[in-house]
Write a protein that binds this ligand. Structure first.
Ligand code: PGA
Length: 254
């Protein structure tokens, strides 16, 4: 039996499209509310197969219903390291293809961790990434997927609750799951730059989206398992401002 507050935080939809539309509508509402006040909307964004439907719906809202992104500032969760922004596996290319090329967001309002830095430059760069978010008043919303390792962003098992943006090593499961994108597991980078758990939980609203039966086992652990760095997504259980948005297949073991 799930604790009541946690139960309220779980939304289960019949299919991925309905789950994605729900999240896209929530994000659109935040953008519009900020617009009415003349404020910027600060969005934390994710990559991977999961958020594609959310982005597709946001693009539709822009093209067909006049939703503007001119007041939107974005911070992506992560990027492989090393990674050049023109490579097809880069999250820069992903975000352009799935969202940014199709909306009216000013380019200088987009932030994605830089996979081209020298190792020595990463620490200061990450501190600045954090500072930019804080200086803008924090993330209004953070969109998350979940990896089969239990990661959010690239906060793999072992990530601490107070971690901030940093260089990390990727879990074996994560590299396995990315092997098709890179044409083999050995070609998947071993490292990435990711926002930390602390960066993520400080967002004012968090949507963790999980779709398909592939995610059922890790969703069960993330929501009902013991809170532990072994499954970093469990750190969200304690938060009032998180919603788990699932399709029936991802929710099947709850
Ligand atoms: P996926 O990845 O959406 O491609 O399943 C999710 C994640 O690793 O966070």
């Amino acid at each position: 039996m799930l604790e009541h507050s946690l139960q309220r935080a779980i939304k289960v939809y019949a299919n991925a499209d309905d789950a994605s539309s729900y999240v896209a509508d929530k994000i659109a509402q935040i953008i519009k509310t900020k617009q009415e006040k003349g404020d910027l909307a600060i969005l934390g964004l994710a990559t991977g197969s999961t958020p594609k439907g959310v982005y597709k719906e946001l693009v539709r809202l822009h093209q067909n219903e006049g939703l503007s992104f001119k007041n939107v500032v974005t911070f992506n969760l992560d990027e492989y390291y090393p990674m050049h922004p023109v490579e097809e596996q880069s999250y820069v290319v992903f975000m352009k293809q799935n969202l940014f090329n199709h909306i009216d967001i000013p380019t200088n309002q987009i932030h994605i961790p830089d996979g081209t830095l020298s190792v020595e430059a990463i620490k200061v760069y990450c501190e600045l990434y954090e500072k930019k978010i804080v200086d803008l008043g924090g993330l209004d919303v953070q969109l998350l997927g979940i990896g089969r390792s239990g990661h959010i962003g690239f906060n793999e098992p072992g990530s601490l609750q107070d971690s901030i943006t940093r260089l990390v090593s990727l879990d074996d499961i994560t590299r396995e799951d990315a092997s098709d994108d890179f044409g083999g597991r050995d070609k998947v980078p071993t490292q990435a730059i990711t926002m930390g758990i602390q960066t993520i939980v400080q967002a004012k609203k968090i949507f963790l989206v999980a779709l398909s039966e592939r995610k059922a086992e890790i969703i069960q652990k993330a929501i009902q398992g013991e809170i532990s760095a072994a499954v970093p997504a469990t750190f969200l259980q304690q938060l009032e401002h998180v919603e788990y948005v699932l399709d029936e297949k991802a929710a099947s073991l709850l």
